[in-house]
Design a protein around this ligand. Structure first.
Ligand code: HEM
Length: 596
């Protein structure tokens, strides 16, 4: 044993004698993480948050949140001699006079944008793959809170430099608070310390931005990670993957090395952006003056949808009993986001209520296999994008030389018409993707070779789908011995998929290998196909081929074996991915008949 190893051994024994932690550490290092590119999205959120903390800490050394008036005398000549707040002057100093200040400011701002973008994309991946289903609902809720806190944190940070643009944003925030019936004036006065702009808002926002919200985000991220650790990660269907195991790489060394490398990659990209691409040039906007708003004022993209909803809202007000109720601000900035975020937070329960699905899910859905959920997600996205476009309506109108009024009228109509259309189109698209999967599974891949049979008939030859591809499409595990290279799965913990060429590791903690695919929703459930617009009433929909009777005849060279379906669910979110046991001619004919 080398000196180094001896030292490490002694240290770990010393720690273990006091904390008894070696078992925990060993289990943690052996933790298995599934491999899929989309699982990196959550990591990007994590890494950008760390980068935000590091770059933000640097900025706190030089930023001063005071609204005390000073005369600027720094290096940026166009603003020399101008009266401004100490906060704005310190932001200019960071940009021009502090060593590395501009780089840090820009890294910080880019990191904030990437943080929010990665949260949204991560959320979409969790949503479209159904990763939020039981038992991960609480982590979905924590995630939703993180999204809301991220928006708040970004807004607070954006307001700190006290330039003309950020002051405009704060003024909108004040009006939003004022629009709340009954308590609005109180809320606004308490937050701003009196009539707008007041002289305490920046100091308060600073505390919110560097202490309260980051603390809350840190706490929630810690919870988020602990729950992922405890509940283990989901995975996509594939050879050997079941609801009961996790297949991937161990935390140490493979995952840790990958994650460490990825962190530096994210840091590198942000440093390059911060160094090379200008963002939020506050010196161009000038100091905040409540009497001015510059043309083309835009918030950062993640707040843009609220700006858009406000710009689209008609100017409706109600005056009664000497009071004014401003629907034009209240509806788009308080009621609408309130409803959206409430629906977001409770979505896992809404879906499980509608589908009556109370089962545990560790295998992910492919979005096309759950057309209704995917269509809802696409509809929500189209709604969001329209609001975002509306948020920049002045810029769009300017660039495309169209009237801003016409844009507003068109977008008002589009916000009601486009999302339902997107819903229908997405659902149809998912169903046709399912059908193309169906073709692949039943007929194999087209080889391009046409053969003439002795009878004179021409047929196209197809090549059977590779086993791994077929399982990932159908979620159906066929019997091992039929599949080339497969090893029978025993109780030894050997991965069921070993022999398929993947490097699999089964989570030692999960144990059970015997329960593979033979749970309550094993093949045979009659609900298969019920929810489909397309084939709802065909033989796909009546469960007639879900009874396990199609075990004869291998189609298109596919290995045939009594296969077991992974899942079956009710009407609303029906999973209709192809069932290999249904690969016989009558069913195909039924499907062809349903083509519209
Ligand atoms: C600061 C923000 C966030 C951070 C740092 C973060 C981080 C992560 C990481 C590292 C993972 C594991 C890798 C992956 O699945 O991508 C994960 C999983 C997860 N996240 Fe997030 N996340 C954040 C926000 C969100 C949001 C906004 C939601 C949804 C509303 C969400 C819901 C989930 C769920 C349900 C899982 C488990 C997914 C699974 O096991 O497949 N997270 N998160």
């Amino acid at each position: 044993m080398s000196l180094l190893e001896k030292g490490a051994d002694n240290t770990s024994r010393w720690v273990d004698d006091r904390l008894g932690s070696s078992n925990f550490v060993r289990r943690s290092l052996n933790k298995v993480f599934p491999d899929h590119w989309s699982f990196m999205l959550g990591e990007i959120c994590l890494y950008t948050f760390i980068i935000l903390l590091l770059s933000g800490t640097y900025l706190t050394f030089f930023y001063d949140p005071s609204v005390r008036e000073v005369i600027y005398n720094g290096s940026y000549v166009p603003l020399k001699g101008i009266t401004m707040s100490q906060a704005y002057a310190s932001a200019l100093d960071i940009s021009f006079d502090v060593r590395g200040g501009l780089l840090m400011r820009q890294i910080h701002h880019w990191a904030a944008l990437l943080f929010m973008a990665s949260i949204v994309v991560h959320l979409l991946r969790v949503f479209f793959t159904g990763a939020f289903r039981k038992p991960r609902e609480m982590n979905w809720v924590i995630g939703s809170l993180l999204l809301i806190l991220g928006i708040l944190e970004g807004f607070a940070g954006y307001s700190l430099p006290d330039d003309l643009l950020s002051g405009t944003g704060l003024r909108i925030a004040y009006s939003i608070a004022m629009s709340i019936p009954v308590v609005g004036t109180w809320v606004a006065f308490i937050a701003f310390g009196g009539e707008y702009p007041g002289d305490s808002i920046l100091e308060r926002l600073y505390t919110v931005h560097i202490l309260l919200v980051p603390g809350a985000i840190l706490g929630l991220i810690t919870f988020h990670m602990m729950m992922i650790w405890y509940q283990k990660h989901t995975q996509f269907a594939g050879p050997g993957r079941t609801e009961e195991n996790v297949i991937g790489s161990r935390f140490y060394p493979v995952y840790a090395a990958k994650a460490g490398g990825f962190f530096f990659l994210v840091f590198g990209v942000l440093a390059a952006l911060g160094g090379l691409v200008q963002i939020n040039p506050v010196w161009l906007y000038g100091p905040y003056d409540p009497s001015q708003v510059s043309a083309g004022s835009q918030p950062d993209w993640y707040v843009g949808f609220l700006d858009g909803s406000t710009r689209l809202m008609p100017n409706w007000e109600l005056r009664a009993l000497d009071h004014t109720l401003s629907f034009n601000v209240l509806v788009p900035t308080v009621i609408m986001p309130g409803l959206i975020f409430t629906a977001l937070i409770f979505y896992p329960w809404i879906e499980s209520f509608l589908t009556k699905d109370r089962k545990y899910h560790n295998l992910l859905d492919r979005p096309r296999d759950v057309p209704v959920r995917t269509a809802i997600g696409a509809m929500a996205l189209s709604f969001y994008v329209l609001l975002l476009i509306a948020g920049g309506n002045d810029i769009v109108a300017h660039i495309f030389r169209v009237s801003i009024n016409s844009m507003t009228y068109v977008l008002r109509a589009a916000i009601f018409l486009v999302p339902p259309l997107v819903y229908v189109a997405t659902k149809r698209f998912c169903l046709s993707l399912q059908r193309s999967d169906e073709e692949l599974v039943h007929h194999g891949i087209e080889s391009g070779t046409i053969r003439r049979l002795p009878s004179g008939e021409f047929v196209e030859e197809t090549v059977p789908l590779p086993v791994a591809h077929r399982i990932s499409l159908t979620g159906v595990e066929s019997d091992r011995p039929e599949l080339e290279g497969a090893t029978a799965h025993g109780s030894s913990g050997t991965p069921k998929g070993a022999g398929y060429g993947d490097t699999h590791v089964v989570d030692a903690e999960t144990g059970s290998r015997g329960a593979v695919s033979d749970g309550p929703d094993a093949h045979g459930s009659a609900s298969h196909g019920m929810g489909s617009d397309l084939v709802g009433t065909s033989s796909y929909g009546n469960g007639s081929h879900g009874n396990g009777s199609h075990t004869s005849g291998s189609h298109a060279g596919q290995p045939h074996a009594p296969a077991k379906r992974r899942k079956s669910r009710g009407f609303f979110f029906e999973h209709k991915s192809p069932d290999t046991t249904a690969a016989d001619a009558p069913v195909e004919r039924e499907l062809e008949n349903t083509v519209d």
